[in-house]
Structures are given as structure tokens and as C-alpha cells.
Design a binder for this molecule. Structure first.
Ligand code: NAD
Ligand code: IPM
Ligand code: MN
Length: 347
């Protein structure tokens, strides 16, 4: 019997994870669930955002369903105690180097997109974001210059093995789709990016059936708004992928719609919405639970071999949207539970 670690976290995290849990329970797949505190909630209870027992559960589990972490209350505490360190620590400790962030426009959401309906309708891409390297995990620090000025630095760094393995995941992903891969970098300025581009080109020799293109990240941000339908699979580094996926989410209707899978070499995974803890709407029943419900579907598909159940969830989400259910981020008035009920009814 598969064990699922449930890590709700902060803000709307517990609200959207509870919604996904209802959907998983309704499918009656014989899964076992074990819950643990993470982020600010864990810091309050145990003095650490990623307590050893939580990390241990994540390692023992067959898959992790994660909500979100982050709370303005902790914005000024030492970095190692901030809630966000929990998700960074989980990614690093579990070796979750590949982050799959599918962005597609669900039927009926053309009006929710920030783009013109006919432009938005064509959105169907997967952003493959490298997740355990880059400026996120390079040497960082604060100091004082010779002139007595405060200074801060974060090293952007990749080695060729890190680039090659994420490139392979991206090429493999493109093979399951339309065989087009766009690698996004800033090779015109950054050495890290030139290495990235060189290695992606080397790896492409093993994937002659995938059409590889390259794009600078500033242009990619523009193209995502101009003509998002041109993208099939995007592969990019940790920081660029973080930014571009939030942008892609709004093109597809809302940040409350985008799920993600963070997987390692063994395809063990942590599944979470791409959004954060949304302190501005926490506790009000306004959060869109669909990104987390769709993350649960990705978990069933990628880590648990339950493709049929994943298909059922995705079909139920589509049905709920086609039936007109809309949380406030999608321009409606449905509560988190209303939307969850609509998905449950459609299952
Ligand atoms: P955010 O994603 O939490 O929120 C940005 C905006 O989108 C807010 O207006 C919010 O209300 C809205 N939003 C987000 N998710 C929504 C949903 N499901 N339904 C409806 N509206 C939604 O980003 P932020 O405000 O920059 O960050 C808030 C906190 O979350 C910070 O502490 C940040 O570090 C953290 N964060 C955590 C994760 C994570 O746990 N993986 C991801 C992103 C941000
Ligand atoms: C995300 C978040 C995280 C990131 C933060 C909270 C560390 O923005 O999951 O997209 O930057 O990766
Ligand atoms: Mn982000």
C-alpha cells in the first residue's frame, strides 16, 4: 500500500491540500496518508521549518503532496529559519532536480486569461525547470566592500552533469508530446548559460526526433505573451523557470491552475501547486484548489502508476470548469469547497 506524505504548510496550503485530499479519498485507491508540519507552521511548533521527522516522512513516503510555505511573519528572521527553506531543503535532500510545470488553457477559461481569448486558447506547454542548482544553491553571502558599502552575492552555477540530466528529462518529455523543445537561457551574457546551451546541444544528438531551438529569457518572457501557442516543451534553469512559470500561469487563466511535479532519478516525486501560501487570501475560502488537485493527479500518474485515476481527476476538473464553476481568481464567487464539491460531483 503506497504511503503519501501530506505536508500542508502555511497560508492557503492547508486549504488546498485538504481539497486534494478529498478528491484522493473519493477515488478509494487504498492509499495511506501521513501528515507532518512544514514551513512556518513547523517553525512555530518545532523551531525549524523542516523538522527531522518531516524530512524522514518525506523520505519514507512513496510520494509527497505539498501545499505551500511562507508567512510574512517570518520575512525578517534569519534565512535558515524561513519557511521557504523547507521546500528548498526537501528538493535538495530528495534530489528533486526536475520540475515539470504543465501550463494549458482548460476549456472555458479563455475569458480568465490575461491574453486575448484566441491567443490564450493555444496554450499547451510543459515548462521543465531545473530545481536543485543555479543561483538558488550557489555560494551566497553578505559583506562589506572596501569602501564600507553593504554587499550581497549569490553565485549562479551549473556543472555539465546537472545540465545534461535536466536536458534529458526535457527531451524525453518532448518525445511524449509534439517533439519540440525550446531551451531558454541568457547565453549572450552569462557563462552559466553558455555552458547550459553547449550541453543541451550535445545531449540533443541523442534525440534527433526532437526539434531543438534556443531562446534568450527576455525574449521568452515576451513570446509567452505574444504567442504562447508556439511552445511545446521549454527547458530552463531554476530562476528563469520560476519566473516564466508564474507568467505562463496567468496566460492560462490563473496561478491557481498550475500544478507541478518535482522528480528525481528514481521518479520519486514531490507534487505541489506552483503558487505560494497567498497570505492575502488565506483563511477566507477564496483559494482555487485546482492547482493542487491537478498536482495530486500528476502524483498518481508519475509516482503511483495510477494513470486511469489521474485521467479521471483531470476530466473532472475540466467538467467543473465547463459547468461554469469559478473561484474569485477566475472571475467567479465559488469558494474553495464549492469548487472541490464540483470536482467531486464530476468524478
Ligand atoms: P503567491 O503565489 O502566494 O501569491 C501571489 C498572488 O496570487 C496573490 O495575490 C495570491 O492571492 C494569488 N494566489 C496564489 N495562489 C492562489 C490560489 N490557489 N487561488 C487564488 N489566488 C491565488 O506568491 P507571493 O504572494 O509572492 O508569496 C507569498 C508567500 O508564499 C511568500 O512567503 C513566498 O515565499 C511563498 N511561496 C511559496 C511557494 C511554495 O511553497 N512552493 C511558492 C511561491 C511562493
Ligand atoms: C516556487 C517558489 C519557490 C521557488 C520559493 C518559495 C522558494 O517560488 O516553488 O515556485 O522559488 O522555487
Ligand atoms: Mn515560484
Amino acid at each position: 500500500m503506497a504511503l503519501i506524505a501530506i505536508l500542508p504548510g502555511d497560508g492557503i496550503g492547508p486549504e488546498v491540500v485538504a481539497a486534494a485530499r478529498q478528491v484522493l479519498d473519493a477515488l478509494d485507491l487504498g492509499l495511506t496518508f501521513e501528515e507532518a508540519p512544514v514551513g512556518g507552521a513547523a517553525y512555530r511548533a518545532h523551531g525549524h521549518p523542516l523538522p527531522p521527522a518531516t524530512l524522514d516522512l518525506a523520505k519514507r513516503a512513496d510520494a509527497v503532496l505539498f501545499g505551500a510555505v511562507g508567512d510574512p511573519e517570518f520575512d525578517n528572521v534569519a534565512r535558515e529559519h524561513r519557511p521557504e527553506q523547507a521546500i528548498l531543503g526537501l528538493r535538495k535532500e530528495l534530489g528533486l532536480f526536475a520540475n515539470l510545470r504543465p501550463a494549458k488553457l482548460f476549456a472555458g477559461l479563455e475569458d480568465a486569461s490575461a491574453l486575448r481569448p484566441e491567443v490564450a486558447a493555444a496554450i499547451d506547454m510543459v515548462i521543465v525547470r531545473e530545481l536543485t542548482g543555479d543561483v538558488y544553491f550557489g555560494e551566497k553571502g553578505r559583506g562589506t566592500t572596501a569602501d564600507g558599502l553593504r554587499e550581497g552575492h549569490d553565485l549562479m552555477r551549473y556543472d555539465e552533469a546537472e545540465v545534461a540530466r535536466i536536458a534529458r528529462v526535457a527531451f524525453e518529455t518532448a518525445r511524449t508530446r509534439n517533439h519540440r523543445l525550446c531551451s531558454v537561457d541568457k547565453a549572450n551574457v552569462l557563462e552559466t548559460s553558455q555552458l547550459w546551451r553547449d550541453v543541451v546541444i550535445e545531449v540533443s544528438a541523442d534525440y534527433p526526433d526532437v526539434a531543438l531551438t534556443h531562446m534568450y529569457v527576455d525574449n521568452a518572457a515576451m513570446q509567452l505573451v505574444r504567442n504562447p501557442g508556439q511552445f511545446d516543451v521549454i527547458v530552463t534553469g531554476n530562476l528563469f523557470g520560476d519566473i516564466l512559470s508564474d507568467q505562463a500561469s496567468m496566460c492560462a487563466g490563473s496561478i491557481g491552475m498550475l500544478p507541478s511535479a518535482a522528480i528525481n532519478q528514481d521518479r520519486k516525486g514531490l507534487y505541489e501547486p506552483i503558487h505560494g501560501s497567498a497570505p492575502d487570501i488565506a483563511g477566507q475560502g477564496k483559494a482555487n484548489p485546482l492547482a493542487t488537485i491537478l498536482s495530486a493527479a500528476m502524483m498518481l500518474r508519475h509516482s503511483l502508476g495510477e494513470a486511469d485515476a489521474a485521467d479521471r481527476i483531470e476530466a473532472a476538473v475540466t467538467a467543473a470548469l465547463v459547468a461554469g464553476h469559478r473561484t474569485p481568481d477566475l472571475g467567479g464567487t465559488a469558494t474553495t469547497q464549492d469548487m472541490t464539491n464540483a470536482v467531486l460531483a464530476a468524478l
